[in-house]
Design a protein around this ligand. Sequence first.
Ligand code: DP6
Length: 321
Amino acid sequence: MEATAAAGPNIAFVKYWGNRDDHLRLPANGSISLTLDPLETRVHVRFDAALPTDQVLVQGAEAPPATAARLTAHLDLVRELAGLHMPARVETQSNFPQGAGLASSAAVFAALTTAAAAAAGLHLDPRALSRLARRGSGSACRSVFGGYVEWYAGEDDATSFAEPLASAEHWQLSDLIAIVEAEHKAVGSSTGHALAPTSPLQAARVADAPRRLRECRSAILERDFERLAWIAELDSHMMHAVMLTSTPPLLYWTPATIAVIRTVHQARQNGIAVFCTIDAGPNVHCLCPAESADTVEHMLGQTPGVQRILRCQPGGPARLL
Ligand code: DP6
């Protein structure tokens, strides 16, 4: 009754921000992302009747209580589906900074869902896995799949799931993540989602989402970089506008975040194809065609405040090891 799975994080071009139902993680709007490689989280799950209680280890150490509670609540969903009444030991190991707005929860919950379902003897199809991963962390439903992925907002638990839009091989984009701060962020996304409806801008952002999703879908299918750049930057800025105008306001950016945005815009003015998008943290994802990655990496490396650059490419689906 044990299994190990691996999953990569993802970067959203049309972002998930705010829920219609926080408990079920039914999002206010659909979203589109790219699953990343070589960043990954590996999760080992062992159900064992001899354990006194659930045990959760993160990076080899006992997990903080809030993290352990979130992971075991997810195990409860798996146990319920499998009719299992046994404690489990969970070990997660990631090869990238956690909680710094790098969608770490997406990789953790996509891998945890895949491993726990297999360890519990459940045979779930990819859609069912995606729905279940969504309950742990919304963005995790997208990391169940590789490449370019769309999460349909849906109406209820049964209709809110992700599906592949195009394979990882469809379009060789590079994501250069400019790390300006690797520490754990102050306000996690779950808290942020709950604040979204307090912004007067959220309703407009959600109402316009079908248009952004349409633009983003076509840009990806047609490999139209300029169109993707335009819509993804707009979407990221709209989400951060909502964050800034929530009560209380959320400001994830630091001066170095803005310096990176300026570098990207300057590069674009100089004819280099690149755009940026930022999740719930200060680090900046800079996307470009794979052939310009060296040039962009060099420019980012010269930007004040950039501590490190993580170079990613389109990655595959969550998988059992
Ligand atoms: C800004 O999926 O991390 O990265 O469901 O509460 O775990 P929870 O939130 P999470 O939110 C992701 C927010 C985002 C945008 C995105 O990835 O779509």
